[in-house]
Write a protein that binds this ligand. Structure first.
Ligand code: URA
Length: 245
């Protein structure tokens, strides 16, 4: 009997405690009564101070192409300055939606101060027009702005010295897409030493801008059989601009 009574008392205390927790009544507590429920620590719902949303760090406005060119000045930052006639900065629309980046000026470009005006340049112009763009609508530049002697490959220190100016050009133009022509443009912009044969044809990203690596027109002049692959890559670029190949 006494067992039954103590069981009843226990259940009553549990019920009252449940009501107290629930907020339906206040339990007059017996200070000696054993705890019935493990109580969660009381949380004081303090109003949280409202934090102002962090203001995003203001991005320095990109320089204009003229400002970048001015900063380049009569560049002596690498040894290519010794053999050049002209600094070949870039040509085209400063607000171009599409930018072509090549390797470095050849003899004709060095004489005229304009990128892609020699034999490879003529092929590039045809490629641009086949893509239903006009040469004047796009922007064309190179990873190095001075002619490597004898058209040798640009060397790592030369690429490194010139890279900030290429980056500044792209930051200024903010194109919708970039076509990297050949190994040096693709590898420099992507910081990826994968062979151009493997890089080409796959969309990549340069600082959030879609970048399509493809073969360099000078290579296509030597290997015309590869033109169809380059054309496939350029068709991908056309699609991105809503142009039907
Ligand atoms: N090849 C390039 O990579 N750039 C030029 O401007 C000309 C030829």
């Amino acid at each position: 009997m006494s067992d039954e009574l103590s069981q009843l008392a226990l259940e009553l205390r549990r019920h009252l405690a449940w009501q107290e927790q629930d907020g339906t009544r206040t339990l007059l507590k017996d200070p000696k009564a054993p705890p019935l429920f493990a109580q969660a620590p009381a949380t004081q719902a303090r109003p949280q101070p409202v934090q102002p949303a962090p203001v995003p760090a203001a991005k320095a406005p990109a320089r204009t192409l003229e400002e970048v060119r001015k900063e380049l000045g009569d560049c002596r930052r690498c040894k290519l300055c010794q053999g050049r006639k002209t600094i070949v900065f870039g040509v085209g629309n400063p607000k171009a939606e599409l930018v072509f980046v090549g390797e470095g000026p050849g003899a004709e470009e060095d004489s005229q101060g304009i990128p892609f005006v020699g034999a490879a340049g003529q092929l590039l112009t045809k490629m641009i027009e086949a893509m239903k763009f006009k040469r004047d609508d796009v922007y064309i530049c190179n990873v190095v702005k001075c002619r490597p002697p004898g058209n040798r490959n640009p060397e790592p220190d030369e690429l490194e010295a010139c890279e900030p100016f290429l980056k500044a050009q792209l930051a200024s133009i903010q194109p919708k897409a970039i076509v990297a022509l050949g190994k040096f443009a693709a590898q420099t912009l992507l910081r990826d030493s994968t062979a151009i044969t493997r890089l080409r044809g796959q969309w990549r990203s340069y600082e959030g801008i879609p970048l399509m690596p493809t073969y360099h027109p000078a290579y296509l002049l030597r290997q015309p059989g590869e033109k169809k692959l380059a054309w496939m890559d350029l068709q991908e670029v056309m699609k991105r601009f809503g142009k039907a190949p």
